[in-house]
Ligand binder design. Sequence first.
Ligand code: NAD
Length: 507
Amino acid sequence: MTTSTQATLELTLLNHWIGGKTYEGKVERWGDVYNPATGDSNTRVAFATPEIVDEAVKAAAAAQKKWGAASLAQRARVMFAYRQLLDKHKVEMAAHITREHGKVASDALGEVNRGLEVVEFACGLPQLLKGEFSENVSTDVDSYSIRQPLGVVAGITPFNFPAMVPMWMYPLAIACGNAFILKPSEKDPSAANFSAKLLAEAGLPEGIFTVIHGDKVAVDAILAHPGIAAVSFVGSTPIARYIYENGTKAGKRVQALGGAKNHMVVLPDADMDLAADSAVAAGYGSAGERCMAISALVTVGDAADKLLPKIQERIAKIKVGPGSESSSEMGPLVTKEHHAKVRSYVDKGESEGAKLLVDGRTVKVQGHEEGYFLGPCLFDNVTRDMTIYKDEIFGPVLSTVRAKTYDEALAMINENPWANGVAIFTNDGGAARRFQNEVQVGMVGINVPIPVPMAYYSFGGWKASLFGDSHVHGKEGIHFYTRGKVVTSRWPEPHHRGVNLGFPTMK
Ligand code: NAD
């Protein structure tokens, strides 16, 4: 073994981040983190016990009192400093993501940039937290509303956006005056510690941002801990439901964003080149491991006959390879298990009678035979009773479902249990407007395949894609991480009018 190989295989231990530094207590449970492009594991991540979660909550609660009372200017200043630091180090952050998640470098950088938009939004907190004021609601009486932090709040996040999804949460939670505990995915945990270091460098007081690594044990300890006031969750639907039910049972405020099965409707009058570019980008970008990826391509009338050859042409040019190589356009899937699961869906699609137009199972990446690669797969003639239509696959598999009419396409989407994102491609403004009104989905794209809202709007789906009332970031994010209070005050003239036991009617 050469020295350089030895250096790359050196074991890294990634620990929790508690009280503004790497955890120094005893850790008994560790998990392996893999590089999906090679199948190697040279990182082990700490897994928290309920005792460690309790230590973290106590440290966070102690720090939050002072932070919650810090001026808006002080809190915003930390966000401005963090924004500068993250922008400066974003290539490094993206490299952590590519190494553990597998997505290509440009995609990892894109995710950091989208997260930065939320940090920029949080920099405007003094404006966003403004309350309302009514003078003289009664003679000499004024009323005003204020929003106050909740205390200690937690975020539990999925593997597919290890930097961006936590950033949907912690910049706003922290700017609002809370202490935030992040439990990132155990599959790609390094981005969380990288953020913690930059936040500390930006001047965030110790204990305001905590990282607790781990699995269900850590999650259950978070859900049960009485010192945590609210939980934000993003992940698969069964776990989102579990988090919502158990978190609310424990008296917490919960927003839990679940899985997705996003449809893209193509009407016969659409610009077919635009639709083909969009379907390929949204179906295979990040190897289909995006909650806003397009999974079901719903063609209306004869649209499929014009569209599918164009999609096939484009797929043929996609370069599958390790995310760290600049020529790669699509990286591997995240784990060996997930790779096997996605492949099995392709097998199932064939056995259930769908027509496999492009078979990504044959793709091999030279020099990376142990990596979890699967090329783009394209099905035609998928029907609504097939497993590949019914399940969330979360891989590079695009299923074409042919609908005779717009109404049939719309009904299919509205009857689907998931409702995260949806898109329509058409040149008919009236049809697009009708679709925007009639479709029962949280985020709608019109000739835009991945309609992820900007940070100043809120992100979230409907139905089985969201448990709870609040979407993340934007105004709903500010509301989620604060509690409203209305103050009614009287500063009387020096004379006193005496006791009145009647009901206050505010005349
Ligand atoms: P996941 O549900 O397996 O894991 C999410 C988090 O929950 C992780 O931190 C994990 O450690 C924890 N967890 C896993 N199993 C648990 C259990 N039994 N009990 C308690 N906690 C548990 O999701 P994932 O595979 O990491 O991410 C992919 C999923 O996330 C997809 O379904 C995708 O659609 C969804 N997602 C949704 C959105 C959205 O905005 N709606 C965004 C990104 C990802």
